[in-house]
Design a protein around this ligand. Structure first.
Ligand code: ASP
Length: 441
């Protein structure tokens, strides 16, 4: 029998009205047996997500020793939800206990996690489902890394004989026994973990859009929707800023070949986007599947003649970055040149200066240059490897649009072409690539 794990994002959980839609969706298909929820998100533009209210609670807790005032807003949100749902359920004891535990724990992760916790408690009431607390089934090891074996087996035993259950997303328990959250948007990861642990036939990720678009709709008006893409394409696009789904949420399901379907809570009849293992993936016939971009990178360009024959050159450069705890995003290289692309947020001016000095001392380059405020744009698609002239078309389109390309990195998988441009050229660049490969709509 098919078994579906459904994760509902913040806008689906925003208020009583949207939670009623969630209930309808879950109850319309008996295969939808395990539900993972985010904290209530924004109800309207300008509203505050519950998770952000909770980070405020933590700030107040640190400053004043309690968070009565900030927590009052969280209380109001949940009391309002229960009222809108007409639930015969008194939230007060749970809210009181949550506030008390926040005071005791004094932990940012604990405080931030309570939006998911409370949302799951309400959703379980609404569905008449069992509540399974993530702190009892999702674990991290001593290094803060997700402990897959321990978590999968705990989840599998927790759901034994359970027909319908709700899990809070976003958090689990660390080796020190304390609550630990994933990074922001991490309920997507929790959903994937539950899907993997229960051996789901599909992981449905319900959000407020009908799937992935070929590029950001703020850049191109009504871009085409992507019907299906492979895990690899998704990874490339979501790493580069296509943020429908948390980029880490692919790993748990990918290993077990569980497809992900992105669905819209507000238009459940829409087909959505399927993310499939390569064996199940049927190319759409398009050369390019999608285009995504991200701003604020720093590029260190290094040139030295005969670099190619100098044993250990690349290692020495990278070991400098490692020493400074900076992770490297890309390393495009030529015969006598290499560029190191890093996230600008990971270095301040002082650290960057120190890194440059150390590289100079370590490899004595002939020339070195730093470019800041760089955007990377990834053009992604399995179709690119089999079609001749794709890069030529892409670069001609950029030249015609007057975009100055600072760097090119074509992944060895031929799945993507990454170009670096100035931050302010990113939108123009994406629009030009879209026009070239998708037409003008
Ligand atoms: N509520 C958390 C956030 O706002 C996690 C999530 O929604 O996935 O980031």
């Amino acid at each position: 029998m098919a078994l579906k794990v459904c994760k509902f994002g913040g806008t689906s959980m925003a208020d009583g009205h949207t939670m009623t839609k969630v209930k309808k969706i879950v109850e319309s298909d008996p295969d939808r047996r395990f539900v993972v929820v985010s904290a209530p998100g924004k109800r309207f533009s300008g509203d505050t997500k519950v998770t952000d209210l909770l980070y405020k609670c933590y700030a107040e807790l640190m400053e004043h020793g309690d968070c009565k005032r900030a927590f009052a807003d969280v209380r109001k949100r949940f009391e309002g939800i229960v009222r809108e749902l007409n639930l015969n359920y008194d939230m007060t004891p749970v809210l009181d206990q949550t506030e008390r535990r926040m005071d005791e724990e004094r932990s940012e992760d604990f405080t931030a996690s309570r939006g998911e916790y409370l949302a799951a408690v309400v959703m379980a009431q609404l569905l008449g489902a069992q509540f399974i607390d993530a702190e009892d089934v999702i674990f991290f090891d001593e290094n803060g890394v997700f402990d897959d074996k321990k978590s999968y087996s705990a989840i599998a035993s927790a759901v034994e004989g359970v027909k319908l259950a709700v899990f809070p997303g976003f958090y689990g328990r660390g080796a020190d026994g304390k609550i630990k959250t994933f990074s922001r948007g991490g309920s997507d990861i929790s959903g994937a973990i539950v899907a993997r642990a229960v051996g789901a036939s599909v992981y449905e990720n319900w959000t407020d859009v009908s799937g992935f678009l070929a590029c950001d709709p703020r850049i191109v008006d009504s871009p085409k929707r992507i019907k299906s893409l492979s895990y690899k394409e998704l990874r490339e696009l979501s790493y580069m800023g296509a943020n429908v789904l948390h980029s880490e949420s692919i790993f748990p399901v990918r290993k077990a070949n569980i497809p992900i379907v992105i669905k819209n809570t507000f238009r459940p009849e829409d087909e959505g986007t399927s993310i499939l293992p390569i064996a199940q993936y049927k190319p759409s016939g398009n050369i390019v599947t999608g285009i995504a971009g991200k701003k604020n990178f720093t590029v260190i360009f290094i040139e030295k003649s005969h670099m190619n024959s100098e044993v250990g050159f690349v290692r020495k450069v990278l070991s400098v970055l490692e020493r400074y705890g900076v992770s490297v995003e890309h390393i495009p290289s030529g015969i006598d040149t290499m560029s190191v692309v890093i996230d600008s947020a990971s270095v301040d001016n002082f650290k960057l200066e120190q890194i440059l000095e150390s590289i100079k001392a370590e490899v004595e380059p002939d020339f070195m240059r730093v470019s800041e405020n760089i955007a990377l744009i990834a053009t992604v698609g399995h179709g690119m490897s089999s079609s001749v002239g794709t890069s030529a078309r892409l670069f001609k389109a950029l030249a015609d649009a007057g975009v100055n390309v600072k760097m090119i990195d074509q992944g060895s998988s031929e799945l993507n072409i990454i170009v670096a441009v100035k931050n302010e050229d990113m939108e123009k660049c994406i629009a030009a690539i879209y026009r070239e490969f998708f037409g003008n709509n």
